[in-house]
Design a protein around this ligand. Structure first.
Ligand SMILES: O=c1ccn([C@@H]2O[C@H](COP(=O)(O)O)[C@@H](O)[C@H]2O)c(=O)[nH]1
Length: 274
């Protein structure tokens, strides 16, 4: 999916919500745990219930890989289900890959050829040759970690060099020599609040994938105040806050209500940019 198509979806559906598909069997209602493929069953109900309120889904690979082949089968079935029944929804594989070029090329093949998702999260730490193999796929997106939502983001990302430039700013600047606004997004945590102002100074037009609303306590309004741009430029993710909203057989309905609540707040924010 290209930028124009993504932006069209956002303004048509009045939402820039990304639902995180981070299924943990231990947190699912009992009725789901008895299913043959509980993860796929759970995801399918969540997707059917939340699809009207979001434009993207972000399965995080950790929640599938931890179950070995069975988990990866659930991941594959989830992606295929989305592609078949919700082809207008953007799919981000949150796998945070990146290695020497030769190996990154294989990761790119996995996610962009085998699974054919729209976007993949990539860690910038190993530099240019670890990122560019992902950028060779037309119509696909690299979502580069810039300023993450966790406390540990302070350990490296916020450290300054002698000129006062912070590491996340260096990542934003340097990576713009490799990719562009049509094939590269950045991860910026919703918990970073006012920092979105600084991000926008260096990346004024790039889309940002923003996790951290919901369970991590980030504010959607702050993200929008400092981060929204004329074509929105934001995909705001919530995982646990949506998918574990309910605890019984009506869990999907509870998720839909949470997603709808975020959608309505996003509609207000979108109306401000006309
Ligand atoms: O900086 C980051 C980068 C990635 N994530 C991922 O997003 C979701 C957030 O889940 P919640 O349940 O809504 O907190 C999860 O998959 C993280 O691994 C992030 O949170 N922060």
């Amino acid at each position: 999916m290209n930028r124009k198509q993504l932006v069209e979806q956002i303004f048509q559906k009045k939402t820039f919500l990304c639902v995180g598909l981070d299924p943990d069997i231990r947190k699912m209602p009992e009725c789901v745990q008895q299913e043959e493929d509980p993860i796929f069953f759970f995801n399918k109900q969540i997707i059917d219930a939340t699809a009207p309120y979001c434009v993207a889904y972000k399965p995080n690979l950790a929640f599938y890989e931890c179950l070995g082949v069975k988990g990866m089968t659930s991941f594959e079935r989830t992606v295929e289900y989305l592609q078949k029944f919700y082809p207008d929804h953007f799919i981000i594989a949150d796998a945070k890959r990146g290695d020497i070029g030769n190996t990154s090329a294989m990761y790119a093949r996995t996610f962009f050829e085998e699974y054919n998702v729209d976007a993949l999260t990539v860690a910038p730490y190993m530099g240019e040759d670890s990122v560019t193999p992902f950028l060779e796929y037309k119509g696909k997106w690299v979502v580069l970690l810039a300023l993450t939502s966790n406390k540990g983001s302070h350990d490296f990302q916020l450290t300054e060099d002698k000129e006062g430039e912070r590491l996340f700013e260096k990542v934003l600047k340097k990576s713009q020599q490799w990719g562009n606004e049509d094939n590269m997004m950045y991860v910026v945590g919703a918990t970073q609040g006012q920092m979105f102002q600084d991000i926008r100074k260096v990346a004024p037009n790039h889309f940002l994938l923003v996790p951290g609303v919901g369970a991590q306590g980030g504010s959607l309004q702050d993200v929008c105040k400092y981060g929204i741009i004329k074509d929105c430029g934001l995909l705001v993710n919530s995982s646990r806050g949506i998918i574990y909203a309910g605890h019984d057989e009506n869990f999907a309905q509870a998720s839909a209500e949470k997603a709808k609540d975020l959608q309505q707040q996003m509609e207000v924010e979108l109306s401000k940019i006309g």
